[in-house]
Ligand binder design. Structure first.
Ligand code: NDP
Ligand SMILES: O=C(O)C1=N[C@H](C(=O)O)C[C@H](O)C1
Length: 274
């Protein structure tokens, strides 16, 4: 491919801005189209970190075709995301999805879109969290019967709780245990722990980019597995790596692990569904 042509939705958002900035900096990206509900506040033109073109989100479908976009990268909210992804599918454009918090309808739309174009969704595009998930899947069976509590901490502007990453990790824990645990969110009053429950805790404060901790305790010992994002740049880099990897592939659902293991098999599966 001569150079990747990417579109980024929600360009005035925290991740949208980070993605536009990172994409304009990459040698493998030839063109950056930004889409926003408020295009007038998104920088474009020759300034460093500015998109090559900015359009109103209502004009996204036409712009994807006119600008010959290869991949759409969406980190917005579920309500807008489903419209953006359908516009991409109509235009035959691949999609990388970082948005979290979908309900059942949103997840069904993702499945339908993946039948028409390549779709890679991850609740977390950092390499560290991908490694953390591998560690969780290996550790939980090794510590059979230990109590597990998952805690996530994010900035005070985050909408969804628990985070998509925490939900993915909970799926990993349950998959490794081979059962569906009772997920207990927070704890208040007289509420002792029951046998195989998993405690889930969501904290919101300041400008924390994202922290996830898995606590395993039993047998007079404690093991803590923790990932801390230092900035959003790691998510943007991972998502753009995924976009470069996804362009030109067949329709279907792809997993971020396949991007990180380029010599491994292409895995089009249901992984990282949140
Ligand atoms: N998978 C991953 O690695 C990561 C995922 N995320 C996820 O990305 C998503 C975005 O996070 P973040 O950038 O912090 O969020 P922000 O609130 O900062 O940005 C979301 C943007 O979405 C756009 N948007 C379009 N429609 C709506 C709507 N109806 N309501 C609100 N916003 C709308 C807006 O941009 P505009 O006005 O320009 O259209 C808005 O700024 C979240 O779901 C978050 O969990 C975040 C970090 C990493
Ligand atoms: O909203 C965020 O900021 C983040 N959201 C993702 C999630 O919900 O897991 C990933 C990351 O932790 C940052």
């Amino acid at each position: 491919m001569a150079g990747l042509r990417v579109a980024i939705t929600g360009a005035s958002g925290r991740m949208g801005g980070e993605l536009v900035d990172a994409a304009t900096d990459r040698d493998d990206v030839a063109f950056v189209l930004a889409a926003s509900r408020t295009p007038e506040v998104v920088p474009s033109g020759d300034a460093p970190g500015a998109a090559d073109a900015v359009v109103a989100d209502a004009d996204l479908g036409a712009a994807l075709r006119d600008r010959e976009i290869d991949v759409l990268v969406d980190f917005t909210v579920p309500e807008s995301s489903v419209d953006y992804l359908e516009a991409a599918a109509d235009a035959g454009v691949a999609v990388v999805v970082g948005t979290t918090g979908y309900g059942e309808d949103g997840r069904a739309t993702l499945d339908a879109v993946a039948e028409r174009v390549p779709l890679l969704k991850a609740s977390n595009f950092s390499r560290g969290v991908a490694a953390l998930r591998r560690a969780v899947r290996a550790t939980v069976p090794a510590l059979d019967g230990y109590d597990v509590e998952v805690t996530e901490t994010h900035h005070n502007g985050k909408l969804d709780a628990p985070s998509g990453t925490a939900l993915t990790i909970l799926d990993d824990v349950e998959g490794a245990r081979g059962d569906d645990a009772d997920r207990v969110h927070g704890r208040e009053g007289e509420q002792p722990r029951t046998g195989d429950e998993i405690g889930v805790h969501a904290r919101r404060a300041g400008d924390i980019a994202g922290e996830h901790e898995i606590l395993l305790a039993g047998n007079n010992e404690v093991l803590e597995l923790t990932h801390r994002a230092g900035s959003r740049s790691i998510f943007a880099a991972g998502a753009l790596d995924a976009a470069a990897w996804l362009a030109g592939r067949d329709p279907g659902r792809y997993d971020f692990d396949a991007v990180l293991e380029p010599d491994g098999e292409d895995r089009a599966d249901e992984g990282n569904p949140r």
